[in-house]
Design a protein around this ligand. Structure first.
Ligand code: PMT
Length: 210
């Protein structure tokens, strides 16, 4: 069976002027680990990456993006490419939910800046994807499994990988992670602290069994 993996990874940046942006601490490690695991099994892997300091894994095609809207455009283009097999869309990226309403063309002077920043919603990439088997992540602060179950239903995903980003060794920037697989059929699997590479292999295995 031919399989294609389209994976988002890393943060997005939402600029308010050429020198300032809103973002988050994602390093891309989780997404790159999944890409590495899928490529090692010989699958076609398209990695849509926010700005990170990681090397592209062997056998992976990387598409660099900056903002959430860039990321969505790149994912939409890839999904339009014909593929005669199963497509998996895996959303590990920490996408900024909001962007500044106005982007100034020139650096704003302190005197020109307001203490209130007007924002508007970014598109929800995972939710908008059609025609692929979807796996998302839920970055929570605390053991909020119900929220992961809600996200799984809301985004029509086959699975949401829950991680409590406040747990030691888990979440942003770490080499390890502590995750729970929350599946659409109501099953869940609690995994111990593992390397992100090992979790990547488990996620690919999960996809192979679908
Ligand atoms: O990159 P690392 O440093 O290795 O860190 C890994 C990680 C903590 C970023 C990763 O494990 C993780 O939890 N990624 C998801 C972060 C996140 O944005 O979670 P969320 O609960 O806000 O979003 C839920 C899901 O919807 C995610 O799959 C997200 O990619 C997706 N989403 C969210 C908002 C949006 N506008 N578009 C999306 O596609």
């Amino acid at each position: 069976m031919k399989r294609r993996f389209i994976i988002t990874a890393g943060p997005t940046r939402e600029f308010l002027d050429p020198v300032r942006f809103l973002s988050n601490p994602s390093t891309g490690r989780m997404g790159y680990a999944i890409a590495r695991a899928a490529a090692a099994k010989g699958y076609e892997v398209e990695l849509v990456s926010g700005p990170v300091a990681l090397r592209t894994p062997k056998g992976v095609v990387r598409h660099d993006v900056v903002s959430a809207r860039d990321m969505k455009r790149s994912v939409d283009l890839l999904l339009k490419q014909p593929f005669d097999g199963k497509t998996f869309f895996i959303a590990t990226a920490a996408v900024a939910d909001w962007r500044p309403k106005k982007i100034a063309a020139k650096k704003l002077k302190k005197s020109e800046m307001s203490s209130v920043l007007e924002l508007e919603r970014n598109p929800d990439i995972l939710k908008s994807v059609k025609g692929a088997i979807k796996i998302g992540f839920a970055a929570e602060t605390g053991s909020n499994i119900e929220e992961a179950q809600r996200k799984c239903r809301d985004k029509d995903a086959a699975m949401i990988v829950f991680n409590d980003v406040t747990s030691p060794g888990a979440g942003f920037g770490t080499i390890t992670n502590r995750v729970v697989f929350v599946c659409a059929d109501g099953r869940s699997e609690v995994l111990p602290l593992m390397t992100k590479d090992a979790i990547g292999r488990r996620i690919v295995k999960f996809c192979e069994a679908l």
